[in-house]
Every structure is written in structure tokens, then in C-alpha cells.
Design a protein around this ligand. Structure first.
Ligand code: SAM
Length: 375
């Protein structure tokens, strides 16, 4: 047992469930520790600040000391209580990163999915049983969860302007800027003369699901490479396409590159294993032990894990389907294009993206499509 100062690990969670408390961390491989004793939970709460164990134990009545000591030792074993000077104890407000938030969100997304199965099966039985046992049935529990998530979403929504405004100003942009060229979902790629936008790590960081902070008709060109397949089809894709059309000026052009699913189907049908294997030359992190079918379906958006969040593909396109989505969003002119063959010289930018440039022999993995906002 560590007799120095201890703290709750930065990712420690104490959750109430059915009158008991579950104590764990988001990253530990150990199952949650279950506590029934509210005094112990209160005592644990003191460890938000560094605390010496001997000091704590000295305050516990002698009759309970052994029990408390046992619990605290177990919580050290499972990583909930950690030495105050260890990295695991770092204050999340200081040592905070989007990656860490993603760990929580992955966990939450997976949990919500699993919950769906439990709720579908236990349904009315759970509503009655939980209400009798705890006073709060399934529906009240779910509404409380929805309220918690919606509450956080609306607080975050309230921060958007303060986050985006200074970035726009630093780039010399404002909501009424005109004649813009936008590069959306830019990732590590930068295109000169374009406003490079991504959810993180770009000159302009924003979630494209918020819409674009530009006025109607203020944009001449939009380039989007390998981002559309990360959105859910058709709803989120439709919203995004309509938003791009809104900001485009009459005659303005949208150029899209997406995984070419028709080419994948053809490679699969003809047993062209090299088509799938040579993808590793561009995407070296792509798992090497996938069968062509696994590789193809993941590329086309099938089998996405809820916890993969934005990263996984949600859908795949051939020209007909993408053209349909573009027309539904109000684009009249939709054309299939080829690598670096935009009709607008300023949109001949595919070579800037390693992903759009990826090819197998003479064939590009991407489907290139352009849509014009007609006057
Ligand atoms: C596969 S990468 C493509 C990067 C780049 N366009 C290229 O061709 O190399 C997809 C990019 O879309 C971005 N993205 C996905 N969803 C987004 C969203 N809702 N808002 C902003 N960016 C998003 C990701 O952060 C990521 O950088």
C-alpha cells in the first residue's frame, strides 16, 4: 500500500447505478468496483486533491479502518487511486486533449449501441422492475441521459462563435467575405488560395456539421477530397451538400473525390487481389490481414463500429448515386471527372492530396465528380 499522497486518476468515474456506486476509470482493464456504502463514496470524493492515506485512515473510526484500507488498496490496484505525482493523476483541465475526449466518446457510443439491444429485449419488463426497485424506470433514465447529452451539446454550441470568430479574423475573413475558394475536410493537405478547413489541425477548425460561416453566394470553388464518405447517407450528406450549394455563387463549382466503389466491386468480382493489396502503399495503417471482401466493405462503409465516430466510412458511392445526392441538394449540372481534369483550372488540385492521388496501376481509387451551381 502506498503511504504517500494519492489522488483520483484523471479519468476516474464514479457512477450511481440502482442505488450503488460503480467506480472505475475509462482506460483500466479491470471491471468497475461496486460500492454500497455512501460514506466511502464521500471519502473517495476527497481524493480530487492529493491526500495522504495515513491522514485519511486516522479520521476513520477504528472499527471501520480495516474495511476502508481494503477498499482503498483495491482502488489502487485497479488504477482509480494513483500516486498524486504520477501522470495518471494529472488534472484533466491541464493535461487535456481531444484524443482523451475521444476515448470517452468511443466508450459512450459503444455503450449506447449496446444499451439499444438490452432495452429492445428487456423493454416493459425493465421499465416496471427498475421503477419498483429504484423509483426511476427505464424511460426516466433514458430521458435523463438525453437531457445530459443535449445539455452538453447546447453548451458547446454556445461556444462556437467565440471559437470560430477569432480564427476567421486571423485569416482575414468575415461572414461577408466574397469570392472565396474553400477546401473542406482538408486533413493534412493545404491548397494555396483556398481556405483550408477541418475539424482539427487546419488553419480554420470547425465541425462542418455546423454549417459554413459564410454568406449565400460568397464562394466560387469548393474542393472536398475523401471527406463525404465519413458522413451518414443520405441525411447528413444531404445537409452538407445543400450547405455547400448555399454558399456557392451562381456558376460556382464543387469538386468531390470519394472512394470509387464501382471500381472496388469490379476488382472484387474479377478476383483482382492486387487492387486491394496495393492500397497499403497509400494507407500503410490499413490492416494487412483483411480478405478482399472485408477490405472492400470497410471502404464502402459497411460494418462501421459506433465507437469509431468520425473516422470510419459510413457510405460508398458510384457516380449514379453521388449524382443523385447532388441533384437532390439542388445542383443541376453534375459531371464525372478524372484525376486533375477539372474544367476549372483552379480546381486542378487533386495532386495535393495523397489520398486523391492514390492509384493501382493506371487506375485511381477515387471517383472524381463535379457539380456546378447554375445561375
Ligand atoms: C480521409 S481524411 C481526407 C483528408 C484530405 N482531404 C485528403 O484528401 O488528404 C478525411 C478528413 O475529413 C475530416 N472530417 C471528417 N468529418 C468532418 C467534419 N464533420 N468536419 C470537419 N472535418 C471533418 C477529418 O478530420 C479528416 O481530416
Amino acid at each position: 500500500m502506498n503511504n504517500g499522497t494519492l489522488m483520483l486518476a484523471a479519468d476516474a468515474l464514479i457512477r450511481a447505478r440502482a442505488g450503488r456506486w460503480l467506480i472505475h476509470t475509462t482506460t483500466s482493464r479491470y471491471p468497475a468496483f461496486v460500492l454500497d456504502n455512501p460514506n466511502l463514496v464521500t471519502l473517495l470524493g476527497h481524493f480530487v486533491r492529493p491526500l495522504s492515506l495515513l491522514t485519511v485512515l486516522a479520521q476513520v473510526p477504528p472499527a471501520h479502518r480495516a474495511e476502508v484500507q481494503q477498499v482503498l488498496e483495491h482502488l489502487q490496484t485497479i488504477g482509480v487511486l494513483v500516486p498524486a505525482d504520477s501522470p495518471a493523476a494529472a488534472d484533466p483541465a491541464i493535461d487535456w486533449s481531444a484524443q482523451r475526449a475521444n476515448v470517452h466518446l468511443r466508450h459512450l457510443a459503444r455503450s449506447v449501441y449496446d444499451l439499444g439491444g438490452d432495452v429492445a429485449c428487456l423493454a416493459t419488463f425493465a421499465e416496471t422492475e427498475l421503477r419498483e426497485r429504484t423509483g426511476a424506470g427505464l424511460e426516466r433514465r433514458l430521458l435523463a441521459m438525453i437531457a445530459a447529452v443535449d445539455g452538453l451539446k447546447s453548451e458547446l454550441a454556445g461556444l462556437r462563435d467565440a471559437f470560430v470568430g477569432p480564427q476567421l479574423a486571423a485569416l482575414g475573413l468575415h461572414p461577408h467575405s466574397r469570392d472565396l475558394n474553400l477546401h473542406l475536410g482538408a486533413g493534412p493537405t493545404r491548397i494555396d488560395g483556398f481556405v483550408n478547413i477541418d475539424i482539427q489541425g487546419a488553419p480554420l477548425n470547425l465541425n462542418l456539421a455546423w454549417g459554413l460561416p459564410f454568406s449565400d453566394g460568397s464562394v466560387q470553388r469548393i474542393y472536398v477530397s475523401h471527406m463525404l464518405e465519413h458522413l451518414f447517407y443520405p441525411h447528413d450528406v444531404g445537409t452538407f451538400l445543400r450547405e455547400m450549394r448555399r454558399v456557392l455563387a451562381p456558376g460556382g463549382r464543387l469538386r468531390l473525390a470519394v472512394p470509387d466503389i464501382a471500381a472496388c466491386i469490379e476488382a472484387y468480382r474479377t478476383g483482382d487481389r492486387r487492387f486491394f493489396e496495393s492500397r497499403h502503399e497509400t494507407w500503410d495503417w490499413w490492416p494487412k490481414d483483411l480478405t478482399p471482401l472485408e477490405s472492400f466493405l470497410a471502404y464502402a462503409g459497411a460494418g462501421a463500429e459506433p465507437g469509431h465516430l468520425l473516422e470510419s466510412h459510413k457510405f460508398g458511392y458510384d457516380f449514379e448515386t453521388l449524382a443523385k445526392a447532388l441533384r437532390a441538394a439542388g445542383f443541376d449540372t453534375v459531371l464525372e471527372s478524372r484525376f486533375m481534369q477539372s474544367e476549372d483550372p483552379l480546381l486542378q488540385v487533386d495532386s495535393a492530396s495523397a489520398v486523391a492521388s492514390a492509384r493501382h496501376g493506371e487506375h485511381y481509387y477515387a471517383l472524381f465528380v463535379e457539380a456546378v451551381r447554375n445561375p
